[in-house]
Structures are given as C-alpha cells and as structure tokens.
Design a protein around this ligand. Structure first.
Ligand code: NZQ
Ligand code: ZN
Length: 391
C-alpha cells in the first residue's frame, strides 16, 4: 500500500439546467475577463453556446472566445489562445465541450503566466509554477479532464507528437454537468467515451500493489457500471439516468480517487497516444484497439489479477483450476464488449496502417528509466509486439 496525497478541489455542479449557473459560478470565483474555448460547433448546434454566453454576460463578465478546438487539440491553437489572453488581460478561462476543449484550456492556463514556450511543459522540460484558474461546462463523458490534473496536447509541427502534462494547478475550479447536454453525442463518440472511461479505470486496476482491496472493488464497480450503461445510452440516447451515470463515472475514473494506495500502469495510453498523434485516431477508439492487445501480452505477469478481472468485471464463469483460461476468456469478453458497442478492436479497423509500427514503438513516451508502463515495464520490442498483436 502506497502513501498518498489526494487533492481534487473541483466544485461539481450536477443536474438539469445547471449550465445556467455558469455566470454566478464565474463571479463566485472572482472572474472578470474570461476566455471561452469550444470545439468545432456541437455546442452551437445544441444551443449551449448561446445559453452560456447569455449567462456570462448577464453576470457582468467581459467575455472573449476562441472556437474551433480540434479533437486531439493542437499546440498551435493553444499558442494563439495564450497570446489572446495576454493581450486582453484575461483572468479566468472557461471550456465548454469534452476533453479537447478542456485540455486546450488547461494548456492555455499554464502557458499564459510562463515566459517560455508552453510546449516545454508537455516535453517534460519544465513543470508549471502557476496557472490561470479555469471552469468547465462538460458535454462529453470520456477523458475525465473535468476533474483530472492532466491535459494532452498534439504538436503537429514536430511530426504529430502527442504528450500529456500532469499538474494539480490545472484541476478545474468548477465543473458543470447536465446529462441532457450529452444526448446529442453520436453513437461512435458515446462508445469511444465509454472505452476511455474504462481505460482510465483499468490503467489503475492493473497494479502490482498488494492489499488495495477497497480501490480494487471501486474499480470493478465502475467498470461494471460502464458495461451496463453504455449500451443503454446507445439504444436510448435521451435516457437521463444512463447519461448521468456515464458523466459521473467519467470524472471518478480519472480524478485520482481510484489511484489512492496504488500505482497505475498507463502503457496502453502511451501506446494509443502515438496512434492519435500520427493518424489523428479518436482517443477512446485507439484504446479499444490497444488495451486488449496489451492484456494479451502481459497477462502472464499476474494471472490471478486477470482472472479476477474476468470473473468480477466481465462475468466469466470462475474456473480457478484453469486460471489462465479464465484470464483469456476475460480478455476475449472485453474485446466482444468493445465490438458490441461499435468500437474497433484492430489497427486495421481503426484505419491505422501497419507499415510503420516500429517507428511508432520507438517514439512512445518513456518513464524516466526508459521503460513504458508500470505493471509490466516495456521496452521498444515489447511495444512493437503489442502493436503487432493489435494488427
Ligand atoms: O468539436 P465539437 O463540435 O464540439 O464536437 C466534438 C468532437 O468532434 C464532439 N462532441 C463533444 N460533445 C458533444 C459532441 N458532439 C455532439 N454532442 C455533444 N454533447 O465529440 C468529438 C470529440 O470531442 P473531444 O473533446 O475531442 O473528445 P474527448 O472528450 O474524448 O477528448 C479527447 C481528448 O482528451 C484527451 C485525449 O487524448 C484527446 O486528446 N485526454 C485527456 C485526458 C485528461 N485531460 O485528463 C485524459 C485522457 O486519457 C485523454 O488522453
Ligand atoms: Zn484516456
């Protein structure tokens, strides 16, 4: 069991019509000049943009905006946002959307007060010492960025390198959740979100830490909730309860509540980031391809844990005389679940060519000791083998 410090200060405001509280919340947090970031237009089509703008203006707050954050948000956009913030003396940032709008906002938050180039943080050269505060109106349960300390940015000019920053200063001051705002999510995005939420939980679940029973059980419950609720959302997109469960699960899966006492793995995320960086793959879809391949490659490291996953999460009939078989059945069941919700499970289905797998494997972000992952520490050949298994 590891010692830990846990700090998740985000004020959560959950329920119908809560987006109308955005002006008051900004005032509560002392905002006067706000930069709003959002994506490619879903918030305009849904009417959320108009509601938020009206509420912020009614609160007497000066509002600036930058729309057009792309999925796998770009460094170039962040640099522009930083410039605008400096020019207009912005004192608070607001994101409406999913992980991409939030991460672009988080990168802006650390970039504004920093004298150097914001990429220094993502390249691991510097750690932020200060940041602008930010708030969120969430439209997509997936990345968990609304409660997490992390943000992930893609540097296209450097050849499609996607890198993350972990920094508690970027945890949002507040996050607003109205499950009705997620009714418009296309099925593919709903499923990709489910895959990402599961991945955040499984990265933590597969640990070498013994005696972490409480968080093991929390992880299993969260995974079972997604397995139950994601198909409901797909079948019945306006099911409030199912959408609400997905939204809260998204946050709990990634705000480190499940990390206490344990060290997670994160190799699957690093391997997936290379696919998104190079081929712009949807994050959750890339994870649905990589996670089962990673599992097939590493399960022998702790067959008992994979067996427990198979039985407690995937509902495989327990056969403790044949633990390896049970473990493999669990991995197959996970793949089948991804298929059933419309996720790809091979690189081919993801639309990623298998011609440059070695190049990808060489680029994967390393731990300080040169390896990838924690549950099993991988080298370049291991990463390549996992990509090969995912073909
Ligand atoms: O751009 P718009 O038009 O808004 O459309 C978006 C986008 O095309 C659409 N969308 C979002 N909410 C919608 C909606 N469409 C209809 N109705 C709604 N309510 O969905 C598409 C994807 O949105 P995006 O924000 O890119 O998705 P997601 O939340 O999955 O974020 C993905 C990014 O987050 C990073 C990923 O790597 C990726 O770059 N992650 C961030 C993490 C973090 N900060 O803690 C952790 C994750 O592991 C992840 O790496
Ligand atoms: Zn993720």
């Amino acid at each position: 069991m590891r010692d830990f410090v846990y700090c998740a200060p985000t004020r959560v405001v959950f329920g119908r019509d809560t987006e109308k509280q955005v002006g008051q919340l900004l005032k509560d947090f002392g905002a006067k000049r706000v930069l709003l970031q959002y994506g490619g237009g879903s918030v305009k089509r849904s009417g959320l943009y108009d509601t938020v703008v009206a509420c912020v203006k009614a609160a007497g707050i000066e509002l600036f905006e930058m729309g057009g954050v792309q999925p796998n948000p770009r460094l170039s956009f962040v640099r522009e946002a930083i410039e605008l913030c400096r020019k207009e003396s912005i004192d608070f940032l607001l994101a409406i959307g999913g992980g991409s709008a939030i991460d672009s906002t988080k990168a802006t938050a650390v970039g504004v007060p920093y004298e150097g180039d914001v990429w220094d943080f993502y390249a691991g050269k510097q750690q932020p010492k200060t940041a602008l505060p930010l708030g969120v109106v969430l439209t997509f349960p997936a990345a968990g960025s609304e409660g997490s300390n992390s943000s992930v940015i893609t540097n296209v000019e450097a050849g499609g390198i996607k890198r993350g920053l972990g920094c508690d200063l970027t945890r949002p001051a507040f996050a607003i959740y109205n499950p009705e705002l997620t009714y418009t999510l296309p099925p593919y995005q709903t499923a990709a979100g489910a895959s990402d939420i599961m991945a955040h939980t499984m990265e933590r679940y597969f640990t070498n830490e013994p005696d972490v029973d409480f968080s093991d059980r929390l992880c299993e419950s969260l995974l079972k909730t997604i397995i139950r609720q994601a198909p409901v959302c797909l079948k019945d997109p306006t099911n409030y309860e199912a959408r609400a469960e997905m939204m809260w699960a998204s946050t709990v899966a990634h705000n480190d509540f499940l990390s206490n006492f344990r060290l997670g793995d994160w190799a699957s995320h690093q391997l997936s980031h290379e696919l998104s960086g190079a081929y712009d793959s949807t994050h959750g879809a890339a994870l649905a391809v990589i996670f089962p391949a990673w599992m097939k490659y590493v399960y022998k490291h702790d067959v008992k844990r994979f067996c427990r996953f198979a039985v407690n999460v995937m509902g495989v009939e327990p056969d403790f005389f044949h633990e390896e078989e049970t473990a493999l059945k669990g991995i197959a069941a996970l793949e089948n679940f991804y298929r059933s919700i419309g996720m790809p499970v091979t690189l081919k289905e993801l639309g990623v060519p298998d011609t440059q797998l070695r190049e990808l494997a060489e680029k994967v972000k390393r731990n300080p000791d040169g390896t990838v992952g924690q549950f099993v520490k991988l080298n370049t050949e291991d990463c390549l083998a996992i990509y090969e298994l995912a073909r």
